[in-house]
Design a protein around this ligand. Structure first.
Ligand SMILES: Nc1nc2c(ncn2[C@@H]2O[C@H](COP(=O)(O)OP(=O)(O)OP(=O)(O)O)[C@@H](O)[C@H]2O)c(=O)[nH]1
Ligand SMILES: [Mg+2]
Length: 487
């Protein structure tokens, strides 16, 4: 693992969307990026995590990929810091605030930004590059001391010490760093409920998490897929997903995509994938971590069994969402796994059963959702769960309907599936909320709230946005989202 991966992971947790420099004209943003890259490259050469952080800054500063490549190639071939670019950053500009002209500069922000991105700012401050930066930006000795103390203090979480000093007009741009550091601290201090999703392979655990989060983040396949414990934590201050892998050489993503998670998942190295982003789940003071686990019954990947059972053995979770595949109820594999989970559950940990793939039940050909739920109920009692809470769901329907609602691109198969999925959930007999079995009073309110949204109109006549939203509320996913408030 890179020496500085955790440091740069923290740096990437800043959303930085309100950094003043983002509103500056092209030329200034370019100078900012060039100098930031060149100065830091001098200090932490070839650190993959630093490079990842810089690629995120390039996105923030609006530097296109081809320009990034040429800037990086130029800097690679010459170690000298470009004076002209530094001078550019040192310049002042006029901004109108309430119609009054005010003189501003990005130089304080830039200097603080360099220090914020250095695991140890001291050697930089004493280096030739550091001295040259101070000189070209015309920073007073006192200013350098103030900004260095500012960066040190907020790294150490000493937020209050900064207020008086920061109130000076010229340092206003630094407040964004302070605010963000405070947001991160607040997010970390929330209580996290750790909810593990467990099921035999292909029951739809990863699809279910994607549907809950409303983002196609985790890889999904009709074969053994998830290979690592993958934790996704709610962080309301992030405007994208970021991730890190524990125990591998190149583990950081400042702007996570599904293909990156897939790459990590397939890689032999690395044990746990940690992701965070705004999941929109939980309450004001409780956050949620969803934990995806490999289905343990793959004969091709026998190590998946050990990974999931070791995780259950360690017991580092508060509740389990146990998925049952509606098309494969009461298989031997399922029974064996469920008995193992129940043994590890101990007291005080909730287990909620989700019967996923309910869209596969063909009501018109004598199959029935009520009958399916009865079978599941009897199966669970047989395994020893006295009063199970069981929620039917269709993660796939929720995914397709959310894609339509959010105008997301779909594959050819998804485009053709969305028609039958919508036709299915337009029929009120597929309102999955109405089949929920719940023993727990806490759930009654959540169920009646969800049912209120899904039963507005029994038959959905056209595919208006309102009708699609009602169909989506029938998939069981909004009900589970609502449940997270009382879990
Ligand atoms: N029809 C239907 N298919 C689903 C649903 N949920 C998931 N699938 C499909 O089932 C297959 C397996 O889904 P995954 O989410 O990868 O299953 P998993 O439980 O995470 O599997 P492992 O990671 O291998 O343990 C994929 O082809 C999904 O598209 C659903 O609600 N309905
Ligand atoms: Mg999976």
């Amino acid at each position: 693992m890179s020496k500085h991966s955790l440091f740069y992971y923290q740096a990437c947790r800043h959303h930085l969307s309100d950094l003043d420099i983002r509103k500056a004209k092209d030329e200034w943003r370019r100078s900012y990026y060039i100098c930031l890259y060149a100065l830091l490259k001098n200090q932490v050469p070839d650190d993959p995590c630093f490079l990842e952080a810089m690629s995120w800054y390039a996105v923030l500063l609006g530097i296109p990929q081809d320009e990034q490549d040429s800037i990086q190639a130029n800097i690679q071939s010459s170690n000298a810091i470009d004076k002209k670019q530094l001078k550019n950053i040192g310049r002042s500009y006029i901004q109108f605030a309430n119609l009054l002209p005010q003189i501003r500069t990005y130089k304080y922000l830039f200097f603080a930004n360099v220090l914020m991105l250095l695991p140890d700012p001291k050697p930089f401050l004493q280096s030739a590059a550091g001295l040259q930066t101070v000189k070209e930006l015309r920073l007073q000795k006192k200013t350098v001391e103030n900004i260095t103390e500012f960066v040190t203090a907020i790294r150490e979480g000493r937020f209050d010490a900064q207020k008086e000093w920061l109130s000076k007009k010229s340092y206003r741009s630094l407040r964004a760093f302070l605010q963000q550091q405070q947001d991160i601290r607040a997010a970390d201090q929330r209580r996290f409920r750790r909810i593990a999703l467990v099921a035999p392979m292909s029951a739809g655990k990863s699809s279910f998490i994607n549907a809950l989060v409303g983002e196609e983040l985790l890889p999904v396949r009709n074969e053994a897929c998830t290979a690592k414990i993958t934790e996704i934590s709610h962080n309301p201050s992030l405007d994208r997903f970021i991730g890190i892998v524990e125990g591998t050489g190149n583990p950081l993503a400042a702007c996570l995509t599904r293909s990156r998670v897939d790459e990590w998942n397939r890689c032999a190295e690395g044990k746990v994938v940690r992701i965070e982003g705004n999941l929109g789940l939980g309450t004001d003071d409780t956050s949620v971590t969803l934990i995806d686990t490999p289905g343990p019954n793959s004969s091709t990947y026998e190590e998946h069994e050990k990974i999931t059972f070791d995780f259950l053995e360690q017991g580092h979770f508060d509740a389990v969402l146990y998925l049952i595949n509606a098309t494969q109820v009461a298989t031997n594999d399922d029974k064996q796994l469920l008995q193992g989970v129940l043994r590890k559950l101990g007291t005080g940990k909730k287990i909620i059963f989700i019967v996923n793939k309910a869209d596969q039940i063909d009501i018109d050909s004598n199959e029935s959702l009520g009958g399916l739920l009865d079978t599941v109920f009897r199966y669970l009692q047989n395994v020893g769960v006295e009063k199970p809470t069981v929620i039917p769901s269709s993660a796939y329907a929720a995914h397709l309907l959310q894609s339509v609602m959010n105008k997301k691109p779909m594959t050819r198969k998804e485009k053709s599936d969305v028609d039958w999925i919508y036709a299915t959930f337009a029929d009120h007999r597929y309102d999955l909320n109405t089949y929920t079995l719940h023993a727990d009073d806490l759930l009654t309110e959540a169920v009646s709230e969800a049912a209120g949204k899904s039963s507005i109109a029994p038959e959905l006549k056209n595919s208006s946005p309102d009708d699609i939203s009602i169909a989506f509320h029938r998939t069981g996913i909004p009900l589970v989202r609502r449940l997270f408030q009382s879990l």
